[in-house]
Design a protein around this ligand. Sequence first.
Ligand code: FAD
Ligand code: SIN
Length: 523
Amino acid sequence: MRQYYDFLVIGTGIAGLSFALKVAEKGTVCVLSKTDIAETNTRYAQGGIASVMYQPDDFEKHIKDTMIAGDEVNDPEVVRKIITEAPAYIDQLVNWGVEFDKNAEGKFDLHKEGGHSEHRILHAKDKTGTEIQDKMVSAVKAHPNITVLEKHFAVDIITQHHLGEKVTRKRKDIECYGAYVLNIKNNKVFTLLSRVTLLATGGIGEIYQTTTNPSIATGDGIAMASRAKALIEGMEFVQFHPTALYNLKERPSFLITEALRGFGAELKDRNGRRFMQKYDERGSLAPRDIVARAIDNEMKSRGYDYVWLDVSHKPAEQIISHFPNIYKKCKSLGFDITKEKIPVVPAAHYLCGGIKVDLNGCSSINRLYAAGECSSTGLHGANRLASNSLLEGIVYGNYAAQHALEVFKSYDVKSNIPEWDDEGTSLPEEMVLITQTTRELEQIMSNYVGIVRSNLRLKRALDRLEIIYRETENLYDRSIVSKEICELRNAINVGYLVIKFAQARKESRGLHYTLDYPDKNEM
Ligand code: FAD
Ligand code: SIN
């Protein structure tokens, strides 16, 4: 079976849906979600979206904060363009119906987060992502040109490789013709052909034991693009959020937004003493890489399982009105954040690198775009500034759409693509092989490729990973394709990329900290 569309969009978060809404004005669009349309990283965003709105803030300050957080690895042209255009995209979100909180004067109520020199985070209480996701989903569902396929899993993007040609990274003429897609409801793979394809598949948090990311975050888009020989960059820059709620029973970990620290919450040790000042003069509001490393150090050197975050000195009614979701969640676990401290630990949260794209969102493969967390635009550098990722998702969803609209008619929809070949495969005999290997991957990544790295740890990680890589490729080749085996294969692929990129960077910069090269190289 095959289906044809002008535009194929893989992913239903802020990046995928903003692209879809734009291109749908001129052509047919198919949007894929491997679960349901609303289950995305976007949905879980708490803090909000960063944009300069009012004096005394200005674009230069936001640009400077982004470059400092990114340890100057950022692309200055990209940073300037996104930040100066941000207010126009806030208008676009508002036009789609998104309601950001306002103050008594009718102006947007702005929060502050780590690394920001001003209040500039627009938010909807502490559930900003849900507000954005819901309003964009409504707009997409109402659009007659958009077909949404839920529980449809993109297995691989289609290139000349599937026509029997040799495809290497050196080739400049690789083209993407669509994707092989597994319909999870009937377990059949079909061929989905398009003039243009967008990867907007989100992050990779699931490769770690502790993560704030929902279970969709297995790095599928990056793994597919890498197998198709697209350029990938910045994979060593995995961001750990400093303050996930410590609750061993819960996966994903519940996030305690950085905006709570912007509101006055302080990190404390088990004796109730503030410790961040020892590490950075900005204290609890230093950029994330610094705060996460400091907490990691406190925990390891003192043998703690967690540290405390304390907001109880602030007025109770203000805490409840700004952070009702966090208040309710902690209350459900038996403690009251207006009176008691919150136990927190760092958790894998965001990938700064990914599929390399240019200013039009074009990857190194023709007819293939990438946007959102799976892409690497140059905005974040070595460490993302808080609340800059929703912004990047909507902006690059639009850049990619503008470019795709100019060129899509010049591409034909290929007719000579072979159907998916599952000859010689059978149902996987033991699911436990997949679940056990997934646990092994999480352990390898958390033990050896976490917040602090070393040559020895990375080598050990690679040696262990190569074993599960071979076993999994073997299982994949023998098995009828399933979401579970594909996700495991993809997660191992991206784990491999993180390790290889970490090994290649012989310095400590931004989120990549290694005991063997503790200093920064001159750039
Ligand atoms: P996502 O929103 O993650 O969407 C990915 C989509 O891809 C999903 O629809 C999924 O089904 C689909 N998909 C993946 N693989 C496949 C496949 N193989 N086949 C078919 N479909 C597939 N950022 C901020 O700027 N501000 C915040 O306040 C903030 N808070 C956050 C809080 C939490 C708890 C988390 C986890 C992240 C937060 N972030 C925040 C980061 C931000 O939410 C994400 O980076 C951003 O939402 C990513 O959007 P996206 O469109 O790239 O992908
Ligand atoms: C948070 O609310 O702390 C998360 C913000 C982000 O990841 O940008």
